[in-house]
Ligand binder design. Structure first.
Ligand code: 0RA
Length: 347
């Protein structure tokens, strides 16, 4: 069925509600690149980040401590967390379970309750429904209310009812999905790519345990196929890792954790003996390579603070040239991370 034709046709009798749901199902498959960037290797890996980001949100809300990603032998991906589990109760407005809403309605990947802390949500922030739409198979297993619930999907549409299974003494969500080969140019996952991202996420979100296992026959040995990331000190450790091969100029990483206008701000920085600037900035766990107001603000603040200090302590009097911001960033390694409710991403 050609959805666009149907929707534009004057004889179409869809209600607004139906249209929204149809859009959720069809639009993503029609123009996948618009939702996940591309249908190559990047987009393929992006599906994993999209699911993991939901688990990270659950962790940032204080309900989840462990997230585990498995590459199955058939290149399907399993993401398991020990969060509250996606709600399975009946959603009156949509006339389906909350789980089905999360998995089939675009942008409904987030929490329904406004009060919760949702800052993650991927580069494009499109949610799990997008992953569902672009998967030839998806299974959701929910541990909640002392029970196990399962439901299966194909290309974004349920292929089974929500099933109530056995007892469970824990809570959590397990999403298993297989990217649709009709959509993606390649469906082969790269361990190293996922490893790099999970490691980064561990540094950016201290206290969360992130695991990665590869069940494929890759020739790598056991230890190389099972890695675990956990950062106790977050950005400080990130900076130490970035400066691993450089010579320190100060003993301890400067670590600032604060909040401005409800926006959590975390900064870690240190100086090394090199002359290069190595500043990484993140908004909602996404590397903002083009910078932004958060980076500009940091740079200005650093220049102002150090210049003031140099002036007051009489150091500037000895300097024969005009000192500027670049001078304060020589040999600087820093990571800046902010978490904003409604980010404005460009590029
Ligand atoms: C909607 C509402 C709530 C949690 C979630 C979604 C949720 C989604 C994902 C996706 C992967 N893991 C997840 N964990 C939770 C809030 C649930 C509540 O209020 O109990």
């Amino acid at each position: 069925m050609d959805t666009e034709l149907e929707l534009n046709s004057p004889s179409a009798t869809y209600s607004a509600e139906n249209i929204q749901v149809l859009e959720g199902l069809e639009a993503v498959r029609k123009r996948p690149a618009m939702y996940i960037g591309d249908v190559g290797e990047r987009g393929l890996h992006h599906l994993v980040y999209e699911v993991v980001d939901n688990s990270i949100d659950e962790a940032l809300a204080g309900y989840c401590t462990d997230i585990s990603v498995t590459i199955n032998p058939d290149n399907s991906i399993r993401v398991e967390d020990n969060g509250r589990g996606i709600p399975v109760d009946f959603h009156e407005k949509e006339q389906k379970s909350a789980l089905e809403v999360v998995l089939t309605v675009l942008h409904a990947g987030g929490k329904f309750d406004k009060g919760t802390y949702k800052v993650s949500g991927g580069l494009h922030g499109v949610g799990v429904s997008c992953v569902n739409a672009l998967s030839c198979y998806l299974k959701a297993e929910i541990h909640r209310n002392g029970k196990i619930y399962t439901q299966e999907y194909a290309k974004g549409k349920p292929t089974s009812e929500l099933q109530e299974g056995g007892h469970s003494d824990r809570t959590g969500t397990i999403i298993t999905f297989r990217p649709d080969p009709e959509i993606f140019i390649t469906t082969e996952y790269k361990f190293d790519v996922l490893e790099t991202r999970l490691k980064e996420l561990a540094y950016l979100n201290k206290g969360i345990r992130l695991k990665l296992s590869d069940l494929r026959d890759t020739g790598r040995d056991e230890a190389e196929r099972n890695v675990e990331f956990y950062s106790e000190r977050g950005l400080s450790e990130f900076v130490e890792y970035l400066d691993e091969s450089r010579e320190k100029l100060i003993d301890n990483v400067i670590h600032i954790e604060t909040e401005k206008a409800g926006v959590p701000v975390e900064i870690a920085m240190e100086y090394n003996t090199s002359f290069s600037e190595n500043v990484h900035s993140y908004v909602n766990n996404i590397n903002t390579i083009e910078g932004g107001t958060h980076l500009t603000g940091f740079r200005r603040g650093l220049t102002r603070t150090l210049k003031n200090y140099a002036e007051k302590s009489g150091m500037l009097a000895k300097v024969k040239f005009e000192i500027n911001g670049d001078d304060f960033r020589e040999g600087l390694t820093a990571v800046i991370s902010v978490k904003v409710a409604e980010p404005q991403f460009e590029g």
